[in-house]
Design a protein around this ligand. Structure first.
Ligand code: HEC
Length: 242
């Protein structure tokens, strides 16, 4: 085998190996980046919901305190305000879902599914756990869920969530006397669970990977060609033997 053939074979092997290594590195980096972006999106939605909860307590509750005495207004309830607002938000962003899931919810729409129950139970077992990130396959495609525990921080919550006879009668009229009671201070009763769809992000990641690898292979190809041309002039073509 001539020197040039050996060099060319060496370059080809380096090309195949290099492209393989670069591809694997780029694929992992792009996937990790896509996932981190989705987690960040979910965290932002959760933060938004928490801000709505806070605003409801500090601004809406005092404003409607008078009317609330004669008629129960769910608009003053943080869970109601956050869930309603995020439901509207989801209309513009299908698949982006915020839920205040609870094991024994006041509003049956907040009842935890089996997967959500598992998350809440993990929070109940470990009080130090502040966030759980899970990937799930759903009929609408894979999703990432980011969860934070919902804890009964103070006794004021128990006005409505201890027993029906303590809760405002107007509330019991609307929500009944079965659900959302029996909670206690410091208990983790549920979780803020934000779900974001993965399919579009996976698609974008795949496109980015293909574009990147096409570019990289192009650059390698040009480099190989240049080396070939240089070799041609430096080493010359093998002389024909008689
Ligand atoms: C004035 C009564 C009242 C008080 C006080 C109250 N809640 Fe609620 N809470 C409700 C009602 C009513 C709902 C259902 C709202 C809806 O329809 O979305 C609810 C819903 C919730 C939910 C969503 C799950 C579910 O049960 O449907 C959570 C979580 C929650 N409350 C936590 C708290 C915490 C924590 C506090 C104290 C900081 C608190 N609540 C204080 C009345 C109250």
């Amino acid at each position: 085998m001539g020197v040039r053939t050996k060099i060319n074979l060496g370059l080809l092997a380096a090309f195949v190996l290099g492209t393989g290594m670069l591809g694997s590195f780029a694929w992992n980096a792009i996937q990790q980046n896509a996932r981190a972006e989705l987690v960040r999106e979910a965290q932002m939605i959760t933060a938004q919901a928490s801000a709505i909860r806070g605003y409801t307590v500090t601004e809406i509750q005092p404003l409607l305190a008078e009317q609330s005495r004669t008629r129960f207004l769910p608009h003053t309830i943080p869970a109601f305000a956050a869930s309603s607002t995020e439901r509207d938000f989801s209309k513009g962003y299908p698949g982006y879902i915020y839920k205040e899931a609870a094991l024994n919810p006041t509003n049956p729409g907040h009842r935890a599914t089996p997967a959500e129950t598992a998350i809440i139970n993990d929070f109940r077992k470990d009080a130090a756990l502040k966030s759980i990130i899970r990937t799930l396959d759903t009929p609408d495609g894979p999703v990432i869920s980011v969860s934070r525990p919902l804890k009964i921080g103070n006794k004021a919550c128990l006005i409505c969530h201890s027993t029906p006879d303590v809760a405002p009668a107007s509330m019991v009229d609307v929500y009944g006397s079965e659900n959302g009671y029996g909670w206690s201070v410091d208990e983790t009763i549920g979780a803020q669970i934000t779900t974001v769809p993965m399919r579009a992000a996976e698609e974008r990641a795949r496109e980015l990977f293909i574009r990147f690898m096409t570019g990289a292979a192009g650059i390698y190809g040009v480099a190989l060609l240049l080396v070939g041309i240089i070799l041609h002039f430096a080493v010359g073509t093998p002389k024909a033997t008689a």
